[in-house]
Design a protein around this ligand. Structure first.
Ligand code: URA
Length: 435
């Protein structure tokens, strides 16, 4: 038997860990047999020394098997999920999941909450009155059998080692490490019981991985580990320089997603939605080509089938599905104030990080994991880069619940939006597809 200190020393000295050693580490995180300082020391050694592709695959497998792997054999449709590494205004999961389900692919999606500057799907869903994200495994399975769609939060049974290790990474400066990110994301996604996976790996100012080369390295690692574990996976690299769509904030993003399902979604949001949806339908085998997949996805909107799936999911999870037709039933902010353009011209920049921090100041996200969020606040009707604006015309509408927040956020958002004489180039959104 090897003690934790021997395994830590081996990685500290740059050696490759065996299946047994990696298994002992993940078991130690799950059953508490390793102390937090030993877990943290090995996390830092991995951060500094890295892992080979084989070690990363063994680590991911051990993380996935630290809890239950959902048994979805009773769900007869192919099962696929999409995961985004996180962005600003990224509400794609909310409407893409019903679109994909309407095309005959079940979506067992386990999502996270927002932390730091990025929003979380669970927080957005919880702005719907009554909506429950904490279903039991049996409820999750039943919803998938009946409507082919379930959007829930992580359960205590799923990848418990990640819960422990992620909390330690967060406070030991070991988050930004590709093998650790790979194990963390994939352990949860592969434990959902999916057949195929599509990843939206974001890069740019508003992304978690700002550097494109690093984001590509992460995408390649995620694709190769998940594929080696028998789950066909592709990653679409997308830019996150300006917010996606025109609304940022929990309830405001739900409203925009409903607009997407009504065929009135912003062009950039739909571009990312279709790029990811095409990959899912092709990988899941319900479409032969991207063009065929695109036609099916467009049909799910024009025929109203995707909107019906959203209604069914909201009802199944205890929410008030009337919000789909009456969005005013979603939480509303006390103040709704337009931000006036200081001059006429063209929008040259909308800094995603600046918008995210302003939304955080309004209370749309969390500063600490234990904080609550204000579902009503944020920004709507944001201008996009390249658009023409008139002096005094609106750059966005600020939704705030207190006057101090409104004043602070107004200053922050005004700095994030730059208006100049010439129209900047419309930034390219979709980069490459990996896998
Ligand atoms: N998201 C996760 O779930 N885990 C990571 O390590 C990074 C992002």
């Amino acid at each position: 038997m090897r003690f934790p200190q021997h395994i830590i020393a081996k990685k500290r000295d740059g050696e490759v860990l065996s299946r047994e050693e990696i298994g002992a580490f993940v078991r130690g995180a799950t059953d508490g047999s390793w102390a937090d300082y030993q877990l943290s020391a090995l996390l830092m050694a991995i951060y500094l020394r890295g892992m080979t592709p084989e070690e990363t695959a063994l680590y991911t497998e051990a993380m996935m098997n630290s809890g239950v792997v959902a048994d979805l054999r009773s769900v007869k449709l192919p099962k696929a999920d999409k995961h985004s590494t996180g962005g600003v205004g990224d509400k794609v999961s909310l409407h893409l999941a019903p679109m994909v389900a309407a095309c005959g692919v079940a979506v067992p999606m386990i999502s996270g909450r927002g932390l730091g500057h990025t929003g979380g799907t669970l927080d957005k869903l919880e702005s719907i009155p009554g909506f429950r994200v904490n279903l039991s495994m049996a409820e999750y399975r039943a919803e998938l059998e009946h409507i082919g769609l379930s959007l829930i939060g992580q359960t205590a049974e799923l990848a418990p080692a990640d819960k422990k290790l992620y909390a330690l990474r967060d406070v030991t400066a070991t988050v930004e490490c590709i093998p650790l990110i790979c194990g963390s994301i994939l352990a949860k996604k592969l434990a959902e019981g999916i057949d195929v996976l599509v990843l939206d790996v974001k890069f740019g100012r508003g992304a978690f991985m700002k550097d494109k080369a690093k984001a590509r390295e992460l995408a390649q690692a995620l694709v190769s580990v998940a594929t080696a574990m028998g789950k066909p996976t592709r990653a679409v690299m997308t830019a996150m320089e300006q917010p996606l769509g025109r609304n940022v904030g929990n309830a405001l993003e739900v409203i925009e997603s409903i607009e997407c399902l009504r065929g009135r979604g912003p062009a950039d949001t739909m571009e990312v939605t279709y790029a990811l949806g095409e990959q899912i339908l092709v990988l899941a085998g319900v479409a032969q080509t991207a063009a065929e997949a695109r036609a099916a996805l467009e049909g799910s909107i024009s025929l109203g089938a995707a909107l019906e799936k959203l209604r069914a999911m909201i009802t199944a999870q205890g929410g008030d599905a009337r919000v789909v037709d009456e969005p005013e039933r979603l939480p509303q902010a006390k103040f709704k104030v337009a931000l006036a353009a200081p001059r006429s011209g063209f929008v040259q920049d909308v800094d995603a990080m600046g918008v995210a921090l302003a939304a955080l100041r309004l209370g749309a996200g969390r500063v600490k994991a234990a904080d609550g969020v204000d579902h009503a606040v944020g920004f709507s009707d944001l201008v996009k880069v390249g658009e023409r604006v008139a002096a005094g015309g609106p750059l966005c509408v600020i939704h705030a619940n207190d006057e101090a927040g409104l004043a602070a956020a107004r200053e922050m958002i005004a700095r994030a939006i730059v208006v100049g004489d010439v129209a900047g180039a419309t930034p390219q959104l979709i980069d490459e597809v990996i896998g």
